[in-house]
Every structure is written in structure tokens, then in C-alpha cells.
Ligand binder design. Structure first.
Ligand code: ADP
Ligand code: MG
Length: 670
């Protein structure tokens, strides 16, 4: 079970507790009660019912009387529960040929006589029973026995050896380690376990943040960064010439980035902002700050189309200040490529936009100062490594339009600094969003026809079919065929993952140019392309998408002046909580928080391949305050003592080593 040492055993804590502090006497129960009773099994067996459901039943006896317990559909319990066993059960009392409990939970407190000698049937009233994670061949009762035997000895070794400074425990009202562990194994009440869990949660979060802080500090020690200090001519003129005012969030984030750029360490920052929040303008400012300080800047996108789009946007934005960005992608060939490469190498090209073509042939910048990567998670591992190498001393800014809750970002990307644009430019009309069942399809498609008739464009998106890309392509293709017939007066295009990159680009280009009116697509369009004239987004089998993905898809429309619409089709009848949340809010971060609540954090950690960031004790919802504290304190310590070499930090260094030995190298975000 991964328990190799005494320490592992101490940290093998119960996953739940049975509460026997409020045990009811059997005689006192009546239907409608929610009961907790302790009794001995006096008879038991499996009875088939008329509905062919097999029900395991056991009659429990205490000093006051007898009651039947029934577990419908769990006949196997007949093999694990024996006559003479003492059980703790809790659940509702019903009337069914007499009083009957249907246990929600049950715990075998001790084994009956026919099972041989066991722990004596201790007096259990007024106790809380820990229930431990168990495994094949090792029951939770055996685990409990082992821990009970060794708990005091193990805890005694820890007494006075807390890795966290005593002053912190005081400041944060946290229990000392020994006390926390003892309490978790033997709480006086279920409520008493919570402060103990919090203590371990803080410890877990703190050491993870310490690991992140060390990674951040090491980069700073190893690489001498650039302090961008040129006179701010370009950036100031750029802001003056913008046809709009920066939002407060853009201003705040720009200040964060600029301050960081002016310091001498290399910047390593994540810029998060919902689709349309105006990240490109901020990226342009960062690049111009590098240029006005005598350096080159590069913006890298995961696809050619996105790179071209960035080029267009930047060309327009930079025109008033007479700067022309240079494009370098796989499609830039021949003389044009030679010319671009030569200007990049000579330093004449100040602002370069491109794809991984830029890293593949290790283009030599004369003096690269700022490397911006858009949607970095879409680059492969090897590409990311090369990105880092190419960056050299340059400041790095990673942009992402995939909102994740701050708490999760701190855990996963704690070695990066975070900047967040949490405000949309004024005057945006929210996309009208509806969730529709199969009965509304016809009406929806008629509405689509009206929109197309008004000259608008639309997307219909098919979900990824996990089992088979072939099936997925087939679903989208057959829909495409139907729609070609149905909307014969319009041009209907098809986009899916089996197309070659050049074919995909061609379809997207024709959609962008307005030659394709209706685009049937799989999720390959998820991140990226801006088509202001597209006003309708239909999402098929919307239940199969995560909230973040749905939100990304919706972000493809609502980019122009006209009102836009998003329809999520669900195949099931039950209204889904996730789709209801999706229709109710347009705030990507709120949706990300909701996703965290619905799916739980376990699911989200699947993305962290190192597994370092898996949390056992901390809960990203409940322990947000602890997480912020942990981050603040970890950074303060490492800022002061990057290698944890001070005597006063010896305990922290040892504990960090114990927890993450050998895993630091593995651990690299970005
Ligand atoms: P993102 O990259 O975050 O999705 P963009 O930078 O592409 O967003 O901006 C989306 C649109 O909003 C662009 O047309 C841009 O010119 C415009 N925009 C950006 N900032 C502002 C602002 N402060 N006020 C008005 N419009 C803005
Ligand atoms: Mg963008």
C-alpha cells in the first residue's frame, strides 16, 4: 500500500470515521429516525425478493432489543459479515414488516466467536472509529490494529520534531505535527479531526510551494536576465495611439509585467485571460518594452493560422507607431524565408511572429529579449524544451485563454508568477446561450437558416469520440452530408482532425474569407480563430464536454458587433447541472471554479504528469487561505535563502528532501 516506514504508517490516515458518539438504543428507534446503532449479529442471510433483487439481511441485538438491517442488492455481504460480529450501522429507519434499518454505512467493530480470537469487544460508546484505506488481503480492521499498536511509539518519536516553525503554528492556529497525527488516528469526535486535517493540509501545500519557489529561484540564479530599461517611447506612444482605453485589468497586468521586466532576473510569467479579454494588446506592450530597450521579441503560436491571426492583429495595432512584425512559419518559403531569417539574425526584425518553425531550425536571434508563447499547453514536450533553450536569457511570458481557478494554478504552476486579466473590454454583448433537448432541434436549425440568410456564419461542433477518431470523423462527415443537402443554398464546410494541416488551414481560410457559411467541425477549432461574422455556435452532445471546453467553444462567437448565439444540445432528458451552469454564466473563471466543484480536484490533477502536485490532505476549495499563506511564506524563505542553506532552515530542507527526493528534476512546469 506504499507504506514502507513508520512515517508512512503515521501518514496512512483514515479516509473516514464512524461516529459512535451518539449511539441510539435499538428499543428507542422508530420509523423516520436516522439511526446509529451498535449490535451483535444474531441471524443473517440472503433473501431473494419478488423483484429478483437479492437482499442481505442481518438482525442486530443490543441490551434493549432487536432490529433488522437490510442491504438491497448486496448479497456478497453474506460472506463478509458473520453471526456474532459486532456492527456499527447508520442509516434511516423504515417500516417494513416491522422496523428496519437500511444502512448507509456499516463497520465491523469486532468479530464473533466463530472467527477465532479478536480484539475484546471494547466498550465503544463515546468513540469515533477510524476507517482506514484497506486492500485485498488486509482489512481496514487489521490496519487499525497495526496502527493502534504502534501509534504512541511513532508519535513519541515526532514529539518536538515539527518541521514547521513553532511561531507559524501560533500565527496560523495550527496544531503541532504530533498532536495532529494522533488526533487524526484517534479523534475524540469527528469535528476534532478537522483542525488536524488542516494542519496536514497546510504542511502539504507549504512544501509543494517551497518546491515551486526553489525551482523559480534556481532559474534566477542560473540565468542572468535582462533588465529592460530603455526610455519608454514606444510603449507610451502605442498606448496613446490605441483606439480604446486599456481596461483596469489590462493596466494592472501591464504594470506587473513591466515591473518584472525592469528587474534583472529572467521573468517567467503566466498571463491568463478569458477569450477576448485583450491579451494581445498586453503582449504587444511587453514586446515593445523589449524593443525600446534594444532587444528583439517573439510571439509563438501553436498553429500557422493562429500565427497569421496574431500577425494581422499586431500589424494593425503597431501600424500607428510604424512598426511591422515579421512572420516566420512553415509556409513562409523560398526568398521570403531567406529574407525573414536574415533580418532575424541581423536584429533588424524587432518583432517576430511564428510557429514552432521558429524553434525547429534553431533560428538565431541577434538579441532576443522577450519570448511570448500562446497556448503553450498545445506545444509538445520537446518543443517546450527547445522553446526554453531558444529563450536563453530572455524573459518568458506564457499566455493562456483557458481559465483555471487561481488555487489550482498555484498548485500546478506555482513556479511561475501569475497575471490575470479578469475583466472584458466594455460594450461586449454576452453570447445568448441555451441548452436544448432533441425535441428542439428542428426549431434550432430553422433559426440557423435565418441567421445564415442574414449573411452570418455558424459553427456546428461534434465532440471528441474517445473510443475512435474514425467514429468521430464519421459522425461529423455524415452530419456534413445531411447539412449540405438541407442548406443547399449555402456553402457547408467540414473540418476534422484527420485532415492534413494544410487542408485544415485551407478550410479555415475559406471560412474566414466568408466563402464557407456553415462549418461542421470537431473540436479542432476549440482554441484560436477569430471570425467576427460568425454568430452561431451549435454544440452537439454537449454533455460530453467539460465546462472549460464549452466555454472555449462559445468564445468562438460573439467577437463582432452582432448578437451571437450558442446552443448546447443535450441528448439526455435530465437537465445537467454542468450545462445549466454553462448557460447561466459567461465568466470563464467562475465556470472553472464550478468545474472544480462538480468534478472535484482529483480529476484536474490528472493533467500534472509528474504527480508531484497530487494533494492528499488539502482541499482547494476549503483551504484557499492556507494555500495563499503557504505560497507567501515559501517565497519569503527562498528569496532570502534560495538553497535553504541557513541553519534555521535545516528542518525545512530535510523535510523537503524526504517528500520530494529525486522528483525535483522530473518536476518542470512549462
Ligand atoms: P484575447 O487574445 O485575450 O482573446 P484580444 O487581445 O484578441 O483578446 O482582444 C479581443 C478584441 O478586443 C480585439 O479586437 C482587441 O482589439 C479588443 N480590445 C482589446 N483591449 C480592448 C480594450 N481595452 N477596449 C476595447 N477593445 C479592446
Ligand atoms: Mg487572442
Amino acid at each position: 500500500m506504499g507504506v514502507d516506514t513508520g512515517r508512512d504508517l503515521l501518514y496512512h490516515i483514515p479516509h473516514r470515521y464512524e461516529d459512535a458518539t451518539t449511539v441510539d438504543s435499538i428499543a428507542s428507534l422508530s420509523p423516520g429516525d436516522d439511526a446509529t446503532v451498535i449490535g451483535t449479529v444474531v441471524s443473517k442471510g440472503v433473501l431473494p425478493t419478488r423483484r429478483r433483487l437479492r437482499v442481505f439481511r442481518a438482525v442486530l441485538k443490543d441490551e434493549t432489543g432487536l432490529i433488522e438491517c437490510a442491504w438491497p442488492g448486496q448479497p456478497w455481504l453474506d460472506r463478509t459479515i458473520a453471526r456474532g460480529d459486532r456492527l456499527l450501522v447508520s442509516g434511516p429507519v423504515r417500516f417494513f414488516h416491522g422496523r428496519q434499518i437500511q444502512p448507509r454505512e456499516h463497520t465491523v467493530l469486532s468479530r464473533g466467536a466463530d472467527e477465532g480470537p479478536e480484539e475484546p469487544p471494547a466498550s465503544v460508546e463515546g468513540q469515533v472509529f477510524p476507517v482506514y484505506p484497506a486492500t485485498e488481503g488486509l482489512t481496514h480492521r487489521q490496519v487499525r490494529g497495526i496502527i493502534e499498536e504502534n501509534l504512541e511509539a511513532l508519535v513519541a518519536e515526532l514529539e518536538g520534531r515539527d518541521p514547521l516553525p513553532a511561531a507559524w503554528l501560533e500565527e496560523l492556529s495550527l496544531l503541532p505535527l504530533a498532536e495532529a497525527l494522533r488526533t487524526l488516528h484517534r479523534p475524540d469526535s469527528v469535528a476534532a479531526a478537522e483542525p488536524a486535517r488542516r494542519r496536514l493540509a497546510f504542511e502539504e501545500l507549504f512544501f509543494l510551494q517551497l518546491l515551486h519557489a526553489r525551482a523559480r529561484a534556481r532559474l534566477r540564479l542560473e540565468v542572468e536576465g535582462i533588465s529592460f530599461s530603455g526610455p519608454p517611447d514606444l510603449t507610451e506612444r502605442f498606448v496613446d495611439e490605441l483606439p480604446f482605453r486599456l481596461t483596469n485589468a489590462q493596466q494592472r497586468v501591464w504594470r506587473e509585467i513591466r515591473d518584472d521586466m525592469e528587474r534583472s532576473h529572467p521573468m517567467n510569467r503566466l498571463l491568463q485571460g478569458d477569450v477576448g479579454s485583450g491579451k494581445t494588446v498586453v503582449a504587444a506592450l511587453a514586446m515593445l518594452r523589449a524593443v525600446e530597450s534594444g532587444y528583439q521579441a517573439v510571439l509563438m503560436a501553436p498553429t500557422e493560422l493562429l500565427a497569421e491571426q496574431h500577425l494581422r492583429t499586431l500589424t494593425t495595432l503597431l501600424e500607428p507607431i510604424d512598426r511591422v512584425p515579421v512572420l516566420l512559419t512553415g509556409s513562409v518559403t523560398g526568398k521570403a524565408r531567406q529574407y525573414a531569417l536574415q533580418r532575424i539574425e541581423s536584429g533588424e526584425a524587432e518583432i517576430v511572429v511564428g510557429t514552432h518553425a521558429l524553434i525547429q531550425e534553431s533560428v538565431a536571434f541577434r538579441c532576443l529579449g522577450m519570448a511570448i508563447v500562446d497556448e503553450q499547453h498545445r506545444f509538445g514536450v520537446e518543443q517546450r524544451r527547445r522553446l526554453r533553450e531558444m529563450g536563453g536569457r530572455a524573459d518568458a511570458l506564457v499566455m493562456s485563454a483557458t481559465p483555471i481557478p487561481r488555487s489550482l494554478a498555484l498548485v500546478l504552476y506555482g513556479d511561475l508568477d501569475l497575471s490575470l486579466i479578469d475583466e472584458l473590454p466594455p460594450g461586449r454583448r454576452p453570447v445568448t446561450t441555451g441548452v436544448r433537448g432533441p425535441e428542439s432541434r428542428e426549431a434550432a436549425f430553422e433559426f440557423l437558416r435565418e441567421q445564415l440568410g442574414e449573411g452570418r456564419q455558424a459553427y456546428i461542433v461534434y465532440p471528441i469520440i474517445e473510443e475512435s477518431e474514425v467514429l468521430e470523423v464519421r459522425a461529423a462527415s455524415s452530419m456534413h452530408e445531411q447539412l449540405v443537402k438541407r442548406f443547399s443554398e449555402f456553402e457547408v464546410g467540414l473540418l476534422h482532425g484527420r485532415l492534413k494541416a494544410a487542408e485544415k488551414d485551407d478550410v479555415m481560410r475559406r471560412f474566414l474569407a466568408g466563402e464557407i457559411h456553415l462549418l461542421v467541425a470537431t473540436t479542432v477549432i476549440e482554441v484560436g480563430i477569430d471570425v467576427p461574422n460568425a454568430t452561431v455556435m451549435f454544440i452537439e452532445d454537449a454533455e460530453r464536454f467539460g465546462l472549460a471546453q464549452l466555454h472555449q467553444l462559445r468564445g468562438r462567437v460573439g467577437r463582432g458587433a452582432a448578437q451571437s448565439y450558442c446552443v448546447a444540445f443535450q441528448s439526455g432528458r435530465e437537465p445537467s447541472r454542468r450545462l445549466a451552469a454553462f448557460a447561466a454564466t459567461h465568466d470563464g473563471f467562475a465556470l472553472a471554479e464550478e468545474d472544480l466543484r462538480i468534478r472535484g480536484q482529483g480529476d484536474l490533477f490528472g493533467k500534472d504528469q509528474s504527480g508531484v502536485a497530487t494533494l492528499r490532505f488539502a482541499d482547494l476549495e476549503r483551504d484557499r487561505d492556507l494555500l495563499e499563506e503557504a505560497r507567501r511564506r515559501a517565497r519569503a524563505i527562498v528569496d532570502d535563502d534560495p538553497e535553504l542553506a541557513h541553519r534555521a532552515h535545516a528542518d525545512l530542507a530535510r523535510e523537503l528532501e524526504e517528500r520530494y527526493a529525486g522528483r525535483e528534476a522530473m518536476y518542470q512546469v512549462g
